[in-house]
Design a protein around this ligand. Structure first.
Ligand code: FPP
Length: 242
């Protein structure tokens, strides 16, 4: 859905409707302090809570974060366990607080490889989210890879429509992000300049913003700076300026 309508913020200036973030730098943040990597992820999870609330209060509709990729299983058992533990805790909290906070949580990715406990919690948050139409939506990508998402979508289409040729619209409807507008702005923290298999289909016309700030240090001010930069961009979606 390139070109999804943008909102106007309090100052009447265009606000991205959907921001997506590659939350990078947790490990380096911890290392600089002589702490284990999992300490960086724990602070990173707090940063996510703060930034989600801020984006909601600014009036955005969607925030999508890359929490655990299909490649992150290569990390040590201890680190994988720590990240899964943080996600499980967040899911538990969401079951308790989603309705009060008016935040719809959606998990994107291949959930089949996740623990039964996490899958059970996702079923619960999905059921609660269904009761919160129109609320700010936080999408957490978990066991997510852009290429994996595309392969799963194509296989799903082929199974549901044998012999039919796929179209862009049908493809979008089979992705984990079905029904969610494409991200207007993708932010990557931690000083690397790559997409790392994040939202490969959906990022076709997203504006990209890179910052050296490590994710645990990322603040509301950093969102303001990214949005200010976004406002300076000229989005043409392949067309020419009117
Ligand atoms: C990238 O930094 C970060 C991750 C792979 C994990 C991100 C997970 C969280 C922030 C916790 C998720 C919890 C919730 C509630 C969303 P890195 O470890 O690759 O950092 P480095 O590049 O400095 O090593």
């Amino acid at each position: 859905m390139a070109g999804a309508a943008e909102k106007n913020g309090a100052a009447g200036e265009k606000l991205p409707r959907h921001i997506a973030i590659i939350m990078d730098g947790n490990g380096r943040w911890a290392k600089k302090r002589g702490l284990p990597r999992k300490a960086g992820h724990a602070v990173g999870a707090e940063t996510f809570r703060r930034i989600a609330t801020y984006c909601k209060n600014l009036g955005m509709d969607y925030l999508t974060v890359y929490a655990f990729s299909t490649e992150n299983w290569k990390r040590s058992d201890e680190e994988v366990g720590a990240i899964m533990g943080l996600l499980e805790k967040y899911l538990h909290e969401s079951v308790e607080k989603m309705e009060k906070d008016r935040i719809r949580l959606k998990i994107l990715g291949d959930t089949t490889a996740l623990s039964p406990a996490i899958r059970g919690l996702i079923e619960k948050t999905d059921a609660i989210a269904a009761r919160l139409p129109g609320c700010f939506q936080a999408n957490v990508c978990l066991n997510y890879g852009g290429r994996d998402e595309i392969v799963r979508a194509v296989n799903r289409f082929a199974a549901e429509h044998p012999g039919e040729a796929i179209t862009e619209a049908a493809m979008a409807d089979c992705l984990d992000t079905a029904g969610i507008p494409d991200p207007d702005l993708i932010i990557r923290t931690g000083g690397e300049y790559r997409i790392s298999n994040f939202l490969m289909w959906e990022s076709a016309y997203s504006e990209l913003y890179f910052t050296d700030v490590l994710w645990p240090d990322f603040s509301e001010k950093d969102i303001d700076e990214a949005v200010a930069e976004y406002r300076r961009r000229d989005r043409r979606f392949g067309g020419v300026k009117a």
